[in-house]
Design a protein around this ligand. Structure first.
Ligand SMILES: Nc1ncnc2c1ncn2[C@@H]1O[C@H](COP(=O)(O)OP(=O)(O)OP(=O)(O)O)[C@@H](O)[C@H]1O
Ligand SMILES: [Mg+2]
Length: 463
């Protein structure tokens, strides 16, 4: 604010009036100029001050909203500046922290790591992802620290800046994740186990049904033999007691000795056949249900498919028509037990799909061509809806009600077939019903490579 020029005045006796006046005018002009400069500087200063305050407020708000801990230290590791997140983590106000060695605020077990960090800073090295733990008011406060060197204007290293991300949350989340994963693994194991139990149950039911027939006719024939023996014993007793020929002839007729004699051989043959059938079923059962730790073997897929269909289908669907269009033998190599499990799963699915169907027919077609055995299994069930046909091999995928299916049958079967170097594909037959195609290398030539010995994959055996 410039004061208006005052009226020129003169100082008597000093200089002539005109000179004095112009000197004064000059002085006043200079003062006026200086004053104007001062005012301009003042305005500039105030503007800069406002800018500085704004910048400071901005930095404070950035520091305040940081969730990461920020600590600036000097070369000796003494705290120079902290952000609110660091103050909260340490439970102290910033002014209480300034000048204190940061080491004193760390859990003792992390002192060596901090020392390494400081010495790296002195070597002008940046360090990332070092774990430190602050001594917080509520216990240890773990942070993952990145450290950078701080330089002065002349480029001298004057300290280090630590930025620490709290990892407690992360650790907890990781622990929860690990626990959830563990739980999931256990559930999966339980489901795999229950799938195994279910398939064992089906096996037992099928085998029991198969055994029932020969055992019942062995039993029936044994009773008949018992009666024949009783009658013959009674007749022979009278012969040895010297009975008269007329009495013996009468007794022979009465006890139907001739008939018993004629039937005995056939009855015994029947018993023998029955026991042989039982023996074969038990042998098959042992073969298909053993733990199979031994190396892979050659076996006949035709016989295996027949037995799988018989065991699963006969007991559950007596009115099922089965068409076996298979060569007498289809030689393949691998683990009969595993492929028996595959066949049983496929047949079981077909039976489930045909429950309530007007026509219940299962067709198995097989052929061997160019070192590959191809078997198709077709049913007359409801078929696989187009929307899910690409998902039927996914583990746990099922459209069956809870307790009826785990959705593991096809995924396990797929893996077992792959372990044998083969393929399993699902589709629908153009005339309705599902069509599964099983392709396996023939025993003569392992056509498509990739086959591995499932015996060396105990996981596979356990699935
Ligand atoms: N022959 C088939 N006809 C129609 N749908 C089928 C057939 N086979 C499989 N599927 C469909 O594929 C799904 C998965 O079959 P998968 O054998 O893996 O499991 P699941 O039979 O449901 O249960 P699990 O076999 O574990 O008892 C079935 O739920 C069904 O929807
Ligand atoms: Mg199934």
């Amino acid at each position: 604010m410039t004061a208006p020029l005052s009226q020129p005045f003169s100082m008597p006796g000093m200089m002539p009036d005109a000179d004095a006046e112009s000197a004064w005018i000059e002085v006043i002009r200079k003062m006026d100029e200086t004053y104007a400069n001062l005012v301009t500087q003042q305005v500039e200063l105030e503007r800069k001050n406002a800018e500085l305050e704004e910048a400071q407020a901005f930095i404070a708000s950035v520091l305040g909203s940081m969730t990461d801990v920020l600590i600036a230290c000097d070369r000796d590791g003494r705290i120079e500046q902290t952000n609110p997140a660091a103050e909260r983590a340490l439970g102290c106000a910033g002014r209480e922290l300034t000048g204190q060695p940061l080491r004193d605020f760390l859990e003792p077990s992390f002192h060596p790591a901090f020392a390494r960090l400081c010495s790296a800073a002195l070597q002008r090295e940046e360090v990332s992802d070092v774990e430190l733990s602050l001594r917080g008011p509520a216990g240890p406060f773990p942070i993952a620290v990145n450290s950078t060197v701080r330089y002065d204007q002349r480029g001298h290293a004057i300290g280090l800046v630590l930025v620490g991300r709290p990892v407690g949350e992360l650790r907890r989340a990781y622990r929860d994740l690990a626990a959830a994963h563990e739980g999931l693994k256990q559930t999966q194991q339980q489901l795999v186990h229950s799938e195994k139990m279910a398939s064992l149950g089906r096996l037992v039911a099928g085998v029991a049904h198969e055994l029932n027939n020969p055992i019942s006719f062995v039993y029936g024939n044994a009773h008949a033999m018992r009666r024949y023996v009783d009658r013959m014993t009674a007749y022979l007793d009278r012969v040895h007691e010297g009975a008269a020929p007329a009495e013996l002839a009468c007794l022979r007729k009465e006890l139907r000795i001739d008939r018993a004699r004629a039937d005995a051989a056939a009855t015994l043959d029947g018993m023998l056949e029955g026991t042989e059938r039982v023996r074969d079923i038990v042998a098959e059962l042992r073969r298909f249900s053993s733990e199979q730790k031994h190396a892979s073997e050659r076996f006949d897929l035709t016989a295996l498919l027949r037995s799988a269909v018989t065991w699963v289908a006969k007991a559950q669907m007596p009115d099922l028509t089965v068409v076996f269009d298979l060569p007498d033998t289809l030689d393949i190599a691998g683990h009969p037990g595993h492929l028996h499990q595959v066949a049983m799963n496929l047949v079981q699915n077909a039976i489930d799909a045909m429950a309530g169907a007007p026509v219940k027919r299962l067709e198995l077609h097989g052929r061997e061509e160019e070192g590959t055995v191809v078997v198709t299994i077709r049913d007359t069930g409801h078929g696989i809806p187009d929307a899910i046909v690409g998902r039927v091999f996914d583990p746990f995928f099922t459209t069956k009600p809870v307790g009826k299916g785990t959705g593991l049958g096809l995924s396990i079967s797929y893996q077992l077939v792959r372990d044998h170097g083969g393929e399993l594909a699902a589709a629908n037959h153009p005339d309705g019903g599902a069509l599964f195609t099983l392709t396996l290398p023939a025993a003569g030539g392992r056509a498509k490579g990739r086959a591995k010995d499932p015996a060396k994959d105990p996981e596979g055996a356990a699935r």
